[in-house]
Design a protein around this ligand. Structure first.
Ligand SMILES: [Zn+2]
Length: 132
């Protein structure tokens, strides 16, 4: 059986998207690090430009705590992007790691570093829920 994979052209396109996403994520990490270094005496720091990346936390959460949470999240995103880039070079990118089916393009558009198709992702989350 021939292994499923994306065409060179599409892999190239996703590589560009991932590299751009990585750069943006790195900028957010740098910005958070800067603010953390300066400390709270400089005010809260304006992260509103990155609102789409902001974690949805309750208003009672301390700003600094929120930044640490964001930083964690962004560092994790970088890891996922690096993994996705590795899969691009391996030409396994865009293929679900669990069932081996192609991940739908509209899913990759939203999450370019997705490892699983929607079905497997849901099953994976269900398993995680049950383990807790
Ligand atoms: Zn799958």
């Amino acid at each position: 059986m021939e292994a499923k994979q994306l065409s060179e052209k599409r892999l190239e396109k996703y590589k560009e998207i991932l590299l751009k996403e990585k750069e943006e994520t790195q900028q957010i990490i740098n910005a958070i690090n800067d603010i953390q270094k300066r400390g709270s005496k400089d005010g809260n720091g304006d992260l509103s430009a990155y609102s789409q990346h902001q974690a949805d936390l309750g208003s009672d959460t301390d700003e600094s705590e929120r930044r640490v949470y964001m930083l964690d999240k962004e560092i994790n995103t970088i890891k996922l992007i690096n993994n996705a880039l590795k899969r691009i070079y391996d030409k396994t990118y865009g293929v679900c790691e669990i069932c081996g089916d192609l991940i739908p393009a509209n899913r990759l558009k939203i999450i370019p570093y997705a490892k699983y198709c929607i079905k497997c992702k849901e099953e994976e989350e269900e398993r995680k829920r049950r383990r807790k």
